[in-house]
Design a protein around this ligand. Structure first.
Ligand code: NAP
Length: 259
């Protein structure tokens, strides 16, 4: 299926690795021009080159921390008028609720709620004027079902979802959609980094953690960044204009609810 986004400009935040990279690669396969961001320049440039070599599309890189005002300004300067915006950033740290200071909460809200809001506010007017816009926020399974020790993520991401719920309905008439993709367990550096913290505490090994994680997933495996990206690309496509304001789980069936 041709997704109808050849030549569209797409910003993919935090796109050098993991789920962001999966999205960037999938959009590039459809011929979208990319602006990808990350803090680390080496992986960012390597990813951009790999995507250019594989697809021939234009890929701009913007190195910086997307959770800062300066980082966001640089991305918007490189591409003030995208057709597609995928917001993403690293997730907040794990920990005990009692150990989090107010400053930890402020950082989580800044990174995983205010950053997407600021980017969306900047790009929305042109999207509505042009009558095409696809905004996708990479959030988390934690929006549907809380994850223990990830209260910072549970809170900030649910806040983002609520903050955009009525806006998504308001801009739909202009063929601008705002949706959220909620990853369950995907095989990326993020999940392995979380496991390494548990291993460091001396209670488990990486193999045990992976075996236990997989046991709890009805699909019997972790998700891949490629399948995440392909799903995201469809939601960014010309065919997805009738889906907005949705929080869509990609979790191999892990969420136990019927609806
Ligand atoms: P990942 O494999 O660790 O990749 C993270 C990517 O984001 C890297 O390209 C990283 O590059 C970039 N990045 C991180 N912080 C950034 C920042 N402040 N500014 C710019 N770029 C930044 O992580 P992932 O698994 O793809 O996770 C993506 C998001 O999904 C995270 O918010 C994570 O919490 C959430 N999530 C993931 C899972 C999962 O199972 N993987 C499950 C639920 C939710 P640099 O480090 O060079 O900046």
């Amino acid at each position: 299926m041709d997704l109808g986004i050849k030549g569209r400009r797409a910003i993919v935040c935090a796109g050098s690795k993991g789920l962001g990279r999966g999205c960037a690669e999938a959009l590039a396969r459809e011929g979208a021009e990319l602006i990808i961001t990350a803090r680390g320049g080496e992986a960012l440039e390597a990813t951009a080159k790999a995507i250019r070599d594989a697809t021939g599309v234009k890929v701009k890189t913007v190195q910086g921390d997307i959770t800062t005002e300066a980082g966001r300004a640089d991305v918007l300067a490189a591409c003030p008028d995208p057709d597609i915006l995928i917001t993403n950033a690293g997730g907040p740290p794990q920990g005990e609720f009692s150990g989090f200071e107010l400053d930890d909460w402020r950082k989580a809200v800044e990174a995983n709620m205010l950053t997407p809001i600021a980017l969306i506010k900047a790009v929305l007017p042109k999207m509505t004027e042009r009558k095409f816009g696809r905004i996708l926020n990479i959030t988390s399974y934690s929006v549907k079902a809380p994850i223990a020790r990830l209260e910072l993520s549970n809170g900030a991401r649910a806040g983002l979802t609520g903050a955009l719920a009525s806006l998504a309905r308001r801009v739909a008439v202009n063929n601008v959609t705002i949706n959220h993709l909620l990853p369950g367990p995907f095989d990326t550096d993020r999940i392995r980094g979380n496991w390494r913290q548990v291993v460091a505490a001396g209670t488990s090994t990486m193999d045990e953690l992976e075996r236990n994680a997989v046991k709890a997933i009805p699909a019997g495996r972790l998700g891949t960044a490629e399948e995440f990206g392909n799903f995201a690309a469809f939601l960014c496509s010309a065919h997805a204009g009738f889906t907005t304001g949705q929080s869509i789980l990609l979790d191999g069936g892990s969420y136990p609810g019927t609806l």
